[in-house]
Write a protein that binds this ligand. Structure first.
Ligand SMILES: Cc1ncc(COP(=O)(O)O)c(C=O)c1O
Length: 383
């Protein structure tokens, strides 16, 4: 099956009544007289903190989209990431991450220090990342396919090849790129994580996460840890997320197209000093993005507003269509001020090095008419 079909029909489901859409099993427990029943993948089906059939269509469809063996759904992207890192690292390990990543992820990785996992951070370009990898010989390697918020594109296949030579486990956050642009398991990643709160659910109305594992033995470890930590996605959230997933391909393609038009418009704007978008030839990793993603480059555009903090605040307050706020990936366009939200946990000296400064904003392009978005941005920039 191809991508557009997989998002709609990428799961097995049979219902005694012939229901087309899987129901919500809103139950805490399952009958158990002697031995527990088994879910379709052979795990015990007895208590909804461990396994619930409502999650299975979502998990199966995402695993197939991401070219992994299986997936597990979590109650947030951070629940997925913390379960993955707690279950797959041990005291004495070195974890290598890009210096730029979602702030809470970096905070989590640094916090693993109290369990004896040492974090090393490298500047997010392919050469530096691979050089550091060879130098520190980590047991675990982590990066985002498009980094948050300055949208750098690491050459995943080259990094993963280098990590494989050292037998390191590779964990990739594919939230910004989605499986529409790239599927890191197909070039060797072990675990792929998503905040499904973003493009996968896609409607700014539900929090969730998913971890796709390339091999069954990893699924078993993650399943046990998800049950111990109680980080499983809830049935109604799984239903909403599955409903969102069905339109991922069409939504994301249209969002990418609009993002490109907006990036081109902003590039010519007198109140904007720089536009960062992997689809622009001026982007430093444009050729890597083209090689990995083809002709689509994501639906987030970051840019710098001339005039610094005061000008940014005035601009955000003047927007009438785009909502200022701290998320991305939904049908409504949302604009984020990274220094006060996602990037706040990044140390100031790293922020400076990365260019996460007070003039930077990050726009998540939604499904509104491109003309309305462009007019709104233009009007607010002129205020
Ligand atoms: C790239 C990335 N990964 C992970 C997360 C965390 O996801 P959640 O907010 O669903 O916990 C976010 C949230 O913004 C994110 O942007």
């Amino acid at each position: 099956m191809r991508r557009g079909t997989l998002v709609v029909r990428g799961f097995r489901f049979e219902d005694p009544y012939g229901s087309l859409h899987p129901p919500i099993y809103q139950t805490a427990l399952f009958r158990m007289e002697e031995a527990p029943r088994k879910s379709d993948r052979g795990f015990d089906l007895k208590y909804s903190r461990e396994e619930n059939p409502t999650l299975r269509p979502l998990e199966e469809a995402i695993a197939r989209l991401e070219r992994g063996a299986d997936a597990l759904a979590f109650n947030s992207g951070m629940a997925a990431l913390s379960t993955v890192f707690l279950s797959l690292t041990k005291s004495g390990d070195v974890a290598l991450s890009t210096m730029e990543a979602y702030g809470a992820t970096l905070r989590l990785l640094a916090s693993l220090g109290k369990f004896g996992v040492r974090l090393t951070k490298a500047y997010p370009d392919t050469e530096t990342f691979i050089e550091t990898l060879k130098e520190v010989k980590p047991q675990v390697v982590f990066f985002e396919t498009i980094t948050n918020p300055t949208l750098r594109v690491i050459d995943g296949p080259s990094v993963i090849r280098a990590a494989r030579d050292l037998n390191a486990l590779v964990i990739v956050d594919n939230t910004f790129a989605t499986p529409v642009l790239t599927t890191p398991a197909s070039y060797g990643a072990d675990i792929i994580v998503h905040s499904t709160s973003k493009y996968i659910a896609g409607h700014n109305d539900v929090i969730g996460g998913v971890a796709v594992a390339a091999r069954r033995e990893l699924v078993e470890v993650l399943w046990l840890w998800r049950a111990m930590l109680g980080s499983i996605m809830q049935p109604f959230e799984a239903f909403l997320t599955m409903r969102g997933l069905k339109t991922l391909a069409v939504r994301f393609e249209r969002q990418c197209e609009t993002a490109r038009s907006i990036a081109e418009f902003l590039s010519e704007h007198s109140k904007v000093s720089e536009v960062i978008y992997p689809g622009l030839p001026s982007h430093p990793q444009h050729s890597t993005a083209r090689k990995l993603f083809g002709d689509k480059f994501g639906a987030v555009v970051s840019f710098r507003v001339r005039g610094g903090r005061d000008a940014v605040v005035k601009f955000l307050k003047s927007l009438k269509v785009v909502t200022p706020g701290p998320s991305l990936g939904g049908v409504e366009s949302v604009i984020t001020y990274p220094v006060i939200s996602a990037a706040a946990p990044i140390p100031e000296e790293d922020r400076k090095l990365l260019g996460i400064t007070e003039d930077l904003v990050r726009l998540s392009v939604g499904l509104e008419d491109p003309e309305d978005l462009i007019e709104d941005l233009d009007r607010a920039l002129q205020c």
